[in-house]
Design a protein around this ligand. Structure first.
Ligand SMILES: Nc1nc2c(c(=O)[nH]1)N[C@H]1C(S)=C(S)[C@@H](COP(=O)(O)OP(=O)(O)OC[C@H]3O[C@@H](n4cnc5c(=O)[nH]c(N)nc54)[C@H](O)[C@@H]3O)O[C@H]1N2
Ligand SMILES: Nc1nc2c(c(=O)[nH]1)N[C@H]1C(S)=C(S)[C@@H](COP(=O)(O)OP(=O)(O)OC[C@H]3O[C@@H](n4cnc5c(=O)[nH]c(N)nc54)[C@H](O)[C@@H]3O)O[C@H]1N2
Ligand code: SF4
Ligand SMILES: [Mo]
Length: 701
């Protein structure tokens, strides 16, 4: 992989006077790259590059953001507010432009009418992380809390992985990713950084070049990262708990367990050892589909390497048992004591480093815990009136949506479509593009991108906090989320100091309340490094729990209401969507490289690079099903079926099928996207979508 995907010709830029601005990538990606943006004039950007002087970004960004001019200046950007005058779901021709004042008046009137008819809980502000900027992403919470609209349990992404990590380590942080360069073994587990956070590969490449470090990838298919690995453990999806247990079994049996470390830093090492006696490599081989020898070889490599770095991803947590999988894997460095060494330990995410006080931005001073909470991933069930989801409250009759595209990304898509299609539902979508969700809206509002507004950013994958300023004028009549919150608040009679401030004032005030330098100072310096001293980052001063220990035996009841059946110890928790004679395959819907969730599916370069949705199916399975390359396969379960092209691929087990990318529904042969197959079941113990946990049938289409 090229070290700098963003390097390219400067010919266009050379012709005009180019100014460089610092910024940060706002997309929902652990890398939160520090950027250098070329401004060609007050309205136009040129190339975007990774900041060379940021130690994590190190001059490298993904190709899709390097080409951001293509997205920001895209002819399909929304330029004015729109009112729908035609059928839902039918594109541009169904909308007519209107002024901002008229649009905001209409939205406010409809929200007030809904509230008067059924109470404030009938309104559901709905958002996710289209921008990760704290002001523009989270300000919608202030409007929600002040108005006592229904709350949102945000379960698309991190709920399962958070629960799994916190179960063991007790706090959401880990070893600084820069230490990967000092590691002798890097285990990329349940993440595909070549696609999803390219910067991880920069630091792995350094360790390999400078120290001859080994790279192990644990993943159900030979993805772009596994292709570069020294060892690829191609597990059955949802079976990592078994692999982790068998590895620990070997570590204990063969003298790789650090008993002195465990006595000091962990809760119940002896009980764990006894528990693992029956979790042999042979036991795990039958569950994971790996060979016994592979499992033992990995255990030896891991046990023998003091500087071993686990880079734990989100992917392997997107399953009904995902929290148990994450916890089981996170136990490994606590058994060997790898945490004690430079370049040793684990990183899932670093959110806890930042300590931002979000009270002002989110209006937490106005939060009323009696207001009902609706699960984001169950939007289909909610909009179609499932009483279990709605609780005692009214139906949802009004949605205000920012930063997300649920008509494309949410589970149980057929139900989501049915819900959005309701005649008695008022929907306002604030968007950069006329997404499939925006096409269902009554009023569409045009949104700015990150280079058209101010914001600030934490990061999951590194330690740098960043503050950014607007670089160009808003495109067309696009307006930032914060501006829309304030304008709606006026019309809705919602009062809060946060609605009286500019975005910059919100940033500055929040930073002061959080013990940071002021906004201007951080902006001038581009970022504020929040990394911890070695002993703290490596938990040598204690893990996050009250007893300071890593918990092999977690208190799941503290982590969510659905804790009753969870295993007490790391294990294979067998609640995944099992294969049956009727559904003999397991489907994984992993992200593609050139799309980011559903974003960038509008840019031509990304579309050209991705081509079309394809099912990657083992050649033996193809033979059995009578499928060949270029042919169509129908893939289905009790929810729906979709039709895609076949790509025979030996880098996957015979009973697993992979479809990369969250494509627009229309990219599929019958216009039904992949999430029609995804269940809206809640992962345990705290909910969480199970995007990679689906048993399916396949047949020639
Ligand atoms: N290009 C690109 N970048 C992205 C995104 C994107 O869509 N495209 N999405 C962004 C977002 S929102 C997020 S949260 C991150 C997610 O980034 P990651 O942490 O990488 O998580 P996923 O992309 O869901 O899955 C990564 C890998 O997990 C594997 N996997 C699935 N099930 C299992 C399992 O049971 N066990 C194991 N061991 N592996 C499994 C998949 O095969 C896939 O290769 O990426 C972000 N970055
Ligand atoms: N099958 C399958 N489904 C998945 C996943 C998977 O791996 N497989 N991954 C899941 C995961 S991890 C996640 S996080 C979700 C993500 O799904 P979404 O939250 O829907 O993320 P995006 O698809 O990137 O859509 C974000 C939208 O926000 C808009 N946007 C960006 N910035 C702004 C802004 O400043 N203001 C406004 N108003 N709008 C803005 C963008 O134009 C874009 O349309 O998808 C989930 N769905
Ligand atoms: S790698 Fe992630 S954070 Fe970096 S530019 Fe690409 S999408 Fe943005
Ligand atoms: Mo995500």
């Amino acid at each position: 992989m090229p070290l700098d995907e963003s390097r390219s010709d400067r010919s266009q830029a050379d012709r005009v006077k180019v100014e460089l601005f610092h910024s940060a990538c706002p997309h929902d990606c652990p890398s939160t790259c520090a950027l250098e943006v070329e401004r060609l004039d007050a309205k136009t950007i040129g190339r975007v590059r990774g900041a060379a002087d940021n130690p994590y970004t190190s001059g490298v960004i993904c190709a899709k953001v390097a080409r951001y001019a293509e997205r920001i200046h895209h002819p399909d950007r929304l330029l004015t507010p729109l009112r729908r005058v035609g059928e839902k779901g039918t594109g541009k021709e169904a909308f007519e432009p209107l002024s901002w004042d008229d649009a905001l008046d209409e939205v406010a009137e409809r929200l007030l009418q809904a509230e008067q008819a059924l109470g404030a809980e009938t309104v559901w502000p709905y958002f996710y992380a289209g921008t990760m900027g704290l002001v523009q992403r989270d300000g919608i919470e202030r409007l929600r809390h002040v108005k006592r609209y229904s709350r949102q349990h945000s379960t698309f992404c991190i709920t399962l992985s958070d629960a799994g990590w916190n179960a063991g380590a007790g706090v959401k942080r880990g070893v600084d990713a820069l230490e990967m360069a000092d590691s002798d073994l890097i285990v990329v587990w349940g993440t595909n950084p070549v696609n999803t956070q390219v910067n991880v590969m920069t630091h792995i490449a350094r360790a390999r070049k400078e120290r001859g470090a080994k790279l192990v990838v644990v993943d159900p298919y030979r993805n772009a990262t596994a292709k570069q690995a020294d060892m690829h453990l191609m597990v059955n999806p949802g079976t990592d708990g078994a692999l982790a247990c068998a590895v620990m079994h070997v570590l204990f049996k063969e003298g790789y367990a650090d008993r002195a470390y465990m006595a000091k830093y962990t809760d119940v090492p002896d009980e764990l050892e006894r528990h693992l006696e029956s979790r042999t490599p042979a036991w795990a081989a039958a569950i994971t589909g790996l060979d016994i020898e592979e499992i033992v070889a990995f255990a030896h490599l891991y046990g023998q390497t003091k500087r071993s770095f686990l880079r734990l991803g989100y992917g392997f947590s997107r399953s009904r048992n995902g929290a148990v999988q994450m916890h089981a894997a996170s136990c490994l460095p606590a058994v060997t004591g790898a945490w004690q060494h430079l370049g040793g330990g684990a990183l899932y995410a670093n959110s806890a480093l930042y300590g931002i006080d979000s009270t002002l931005i989110m209006g937490l001073d106005r939060l009323d815990k009696n207001v009902r909470v609706l699960d984001q991933s169950r939007i289909g069930a909610i909009l179609t009136g499932d009483p279990d989801d709605l609780g005692d409250g009214p139906p949802v009759t009004a949605l205000f949506i920012q930063n997300t595209n649920p008509m494309n990304v949410a589970p149980d898509l057929m139900k989501v479509r049915e819900g959005f299609a309701r005649d008695d539902l008022f929907t306002c979508v604030h968007e950069q593009f006329l997404t499939e969700t925006a096409q269902m809206a009554d009023i569409v509002l045009p949104a700015t991108t990150f280079l058209e507004h101010d914001d600030m950013y934490t990061a999951g994958g590194h330690t740098f906090f960043q503050v950014t300023k607007q670089v160009i004028e808003p495109v067309g009549a696009a307006r930032p989320n914060h501006w829309v919150h304030c304008e709606l608040a006026k019309r809705l009679g919602a009062e809060h100091p946060g609605f009286e401030m500019s975005a910059w004032e919100l940033i500055d005030t929040t930073l002061k309340a959080s013990g940071y330098p002021d906004a201007e100072t951080i902006w001038q310096g581009h970022w504020e490094d929040r990394s911890l001293p070695f002993d703290d980052a490596h938990f040598l001063t204690g893990f996050g729990h009250d007893d300071g220990k890593f918990h092999f035996k977690p208190d799941w009841s503290a982590l969510g209401p659905l804790h009753h059946a969870l295993p007490e110890m790391p294990d294979h928790y067998d609640i995944i969507d099992q294969t049956t004679p009727e559904h003999p395959y397991r489907l994984v819907t992993a992200p593609s490289r050139n799309y980011l969730n559903s974003s960038f599916a509008e840019t031509k370069t990304s579309i050209d690079k991705e081509g079309r949705p394809e099912a990657q199916i083992h050649p033996d399975a193809c033979a059995e099903l009578g499928l060949a390359a270029e042919e169509l396969v129908r893939i289905g379960n009790h929810q729906a079926s979709v039709v895609v092209h076949v790509r025979p691929f030996a880098g996957v087990q015979v009973n697993t099928v992979i479809i990369e990318g969250i494509w627009p529904n229309k990219a599929f042969i019958e216009g039904i996207g992949i999430n029609a197959l995804i269940s809206a079941d809640r992962g345990q113990p705290n909910g969480g979508a199970v995007f990679h946990d689906t048993a399916v049938w396949m047949k020639a289409a």
